[in-house]
Write a protein that binds this ligand. Structure first.
Ligand code: SF4
Length: 221
């Protein structure tokens, strides 16, 4: 059994997928830089973060449901889980009948099938499967502004990717390693671009960091 502090937030799997260096900077160096995108995303997400259960007949909606996986040592919250009566389903506290589960992750911005989104959603499903001994074949991304739902099938490939990203996240955490930057189109949208300096060569970056340390009095002349 793992210690509670070993569990990492499953939302960071999408950071690892986006860029391992970004995940390491966030996780190991506690860097956070707000951008228009992150601020908008946070504001829209906060609106849906309201823990409650809605019930209509044999259908329930669970908001802000905490999930975890011992095998991957991750935890997180599902924005919304739809639970419908199903003879072969699992049992949850909120219902006195077996249910089939369908997780939904809220997203901001334009409707798009982004890998990192699907990984986060699938990670939630894997947690639920492990917690409740059930099978969840698919879930959905819900784009708040566009008010559109996109179904995501939890294929064997997607499930394997989630486990690989979870292993990478753990390795980054345990080694405290920050991988070198690799400049790509993603960097243009990355809120850590200024801090990361992905176009600067390692030696120049080290020089800048030394200057910063000297300015802070951490390095002796
Ligand atoms: S700027 Fe590019 S290399 Fe640096 S953390 Fe962001 S995505 Fe990764």
């Amino acid at each position: 059994m793992r210690d509670d502090t070993d569990y990492l937030p499953l939302s960071w799997l999408s950071q690892v997928d986006y860029c391992p260096r970004r995940a390491a900077l966030l996780l190991n160096e506690r860097v956070w830089v707000e951008s228009v995108d992150t601020a908008r995303g946070r504001a829209e997400h906060e609106r849906v973060h309201d823990r409650r259960v809605e019930r209509r007949g044999d259908a329930l909606k669970l908001y802000e449901y905490t999930v975890f996986s011992d095998s991957m040592a991750i935890w997180g919250k599902c924005d919304c889980i739809e639970a419908c009566r199903c003879e072969h389903g699992c049992h949850i506290r909120a219902a006195d009948f077996p249910v089939a589960l369908y997780p939904i992750e809220y997203k901001h911005g334009s409707v798009r099938r982004e890998n990192s989104y699907m990984i986060q959603l699938c990670a939630q499903a894997l947690c639920l499967e492990e917690m409740l001994n059930t099978t969840i074949p698919c879930g959905a991304l819900f784009f708040i502004s566009a008010h559109r739902r996109m179904e995501v099938e939890f294929t064997p490939e997607l499930r394997a990717t989630v486990r690989t990203r979870a292993a990478t996240l753990r390795e980054l955490r345990e080694s405290m390693r920050v991988p070198p930057a690799s400049y790509s189109a993603k960097c243009k949208r990355c809120s850590l671009r200024e801090y990361c300096m992905p176009k600067v060569k390692t030696s120049a970056k080290g020089y800048c960091q030394r200057l910063t340390q000297e300015a802070a009095g951490e390095v002796e002349f």
